[in-house]
Design a protein around this ligand. Structure first.
Ligand code: GDP
Ligand code: IMO
Ligand code: MG
Length: 427
């Protein structure tokens, strides 16, 4: 009964989409359990490139049932645009199932996301502006709107009105914006009802039944450990729990159903938006990583901040998520450096830290202590076995494995579906 979770080990964009797609043909259900369309998961199939924001990446494998769990926040415009675009491109996709308990993102969440960021000024989080934070805030405040509310018009209208009452005061009096008409929101949501009806299900039961029948269920994490609202670099985080345990909450399965947790880590580090990042590079090496790795956000197009591999960041994710395996992506992007720095400790006010400090103030002031590993010049994008990799590349992987305390079972050597090395079977 394999329940497998895929989790980002850094600050997102590690290549979770590619890893998910890769396992695709052996998977029966692919479940998104947290986040919304703040995610951007890229998949290359032949010469076709797909970017999934809301739909699970497994959708591109016919035979996989895609599921949006209760922990996801759903912008219905985005959902149907994504499905329509896939259909237009002739992709053969299965019918997605949507949890009746999932919350919706509406226009006022998007508006609030943008105005709060503007008001924060220099202290802004650098959100994706998709309304994700305000939708989760409503959920926790118990004024959110769930998918199932759309099927009871009078309840829906009452809930939208209640949810907007306070927000309209805020929008008008504090943010100097126009008030939003509750009926406009409710009418828009109701326009999706007929299309939505066949998709809605008790997805927790569906997934648990599938596990009972020995089906393979892949829980596809979005964002990453260090963007987790509890475990990340708060407040520079997203508003949900992308960590592996979030799969239990966000899909409605018990911890006993998870057999494997695969951490996805880039062979270097990137981050989008604000927040501390000790190994960030501001020199030509940073520009070179951005150029070689095409490090521009899949959702907002923003240039990603780039830096060297930070073993402390990935090690702490490995611990808190219980990684059984790591998939190391974008190793091909490190070709061509004479020496590759890897952060093995921090120095904070003259004190050495061998693990991530629990104090955010210390983390903000952390200076990386680097170990310089030998680089390689050979093109590794065609390698398909570990033995084919140059000796220095193998040594880089082995050293990372030691530092993060978890075996590296997969290695990405290019964006293509086939451009991977499987060291240990992932299923
Ligand atoms: P996700 O959000 O974790 O799914 O990652 P993104 O799709 O936002 O960003 C990862 C980027 O790296 C995408 O453009 C992928 O196509 C690309 N990618 C993934 N794995 C590899 C790899 O091993 N090598 C290279 N060169 N690119 C990769
Ligand atoms: P994937 O799944 C990288 C970041 C934003 C911002 C912070 C909060 O593609 O790895 P939000 O819109 O969630 O309130 O923004 O989180 N962020 C991501 N960064 N990859 C992502 O998703 C992200 N999703 C959110 O840039 O700093
Ligand atoms: Mg991404």
């Amino acid at each position: 009964m394999p329940g497998i979770v895929i989790v980002g080990a850094q600050w997102g964009d590690e290549g979770k989409g590619k890893a998910t797609d890769q396992l695709g043909d052996r998977v029966d259900y692919c479940v998104r359990y947290s986040g919304g369309n703040n995610a951007g998961h890229t998949i290359h199939v032949g010469d076709q490139k797909y970017v999934m924001h809301l739909l699970p990446s497994g959708i591109l494998n016919p035979g996989v049932t895609p599921v949006l769990g209760n922990g996801v926040v759903i912008d219905l415009d985005v959902l149907y645009t994504e499905l329509d675009e896939l259909a237009e491109r002739g992709a053969e996709v299965s019918h997605p199932l949507i949890s009746s308990n999932a919350h919706v993102i509406t226009e006022f969440h998007r508006t609030l996301d943008k105005v709060t960021e503007r008001f924060l000024g220099k202290a802004k989080i650098g959100t994706t502006g998709r309304g994700v934070g305000p939708a989760y805030a409503d959920k926790v405040n118990r004024v959110g709107i769930r998918i199932q509310d759309l099927f009871d018009e009078s309840i829906l209208r009452r809930k939208v009105e209640a949810s907007l009452e306070q927000k309209n005061h805020l929008l008008v009096k504090v943010y100097n914006r126009r008030a939003i008409e509750p009926d406009e929101i409710a009418d828009h949501l109701l326009s999706f009802v007929d299309r939505l009806r066949p998709h809605v299900a008790d997805t927790s039961r569906v997934v648990n039944d599938a596990l009972d029948q020995d089906k393979v269920v892949l829980f596809e994490g979005a964002q990453a450990h260090h963007l987790d609202v509890d475990h990340g670099t708060y407040p520079y985080v997203t508003s949900s729990n992308p960590i592996a345990a979030g799969a239990c909450v966000g899909a409605g399965v018990g911890p006993t159903r998870i057999d494997r947790v695969i951490g996805i880590a880039k062979a270097y580090t990137t981050r989008v938006g604000s927040g501390p990042f000790p190994t960030e590079l501001f020199d030509e090496d940073g520009d070179k990583l951005r150029e070689i790795g095409a490090e521009f956000g899949a959702t907002t197009g923003r240039p990603r901040r780039c830096g060297w591999f930070d073993a402390l960041v990935v090690e702490s994710a490995a611990k808190a998520n219980g990684f059984t395996d790591v998939f190391l992506t974008k190793l091909d992007c490190l070709t061509g450096w004479d020496k590759i720095p890897v952060c093995v400790a921090y120095e904070v006010n003259g004190v050495r830290h061998d693990v991530m400090p629990y104090s955010q103030t210390d983390f903000h002031h952390a200076t990386p202590v680097y170990e310089f590993l030998d680089g390689w010049t050979e093109d590794i994008s065609g390698c398909r076995t570990f033995d084919e990799l140059p000796a220095n590349t193998q040594a880089y992987v082995k050293r990372l494995e030691e530092l993060i305390g978890c075996r590296i079972s997969g290695i990405g050597v290019g964006p293509g579906r086939e451009q991977s090395i499987l060291v240990h079977d992932l299923l």
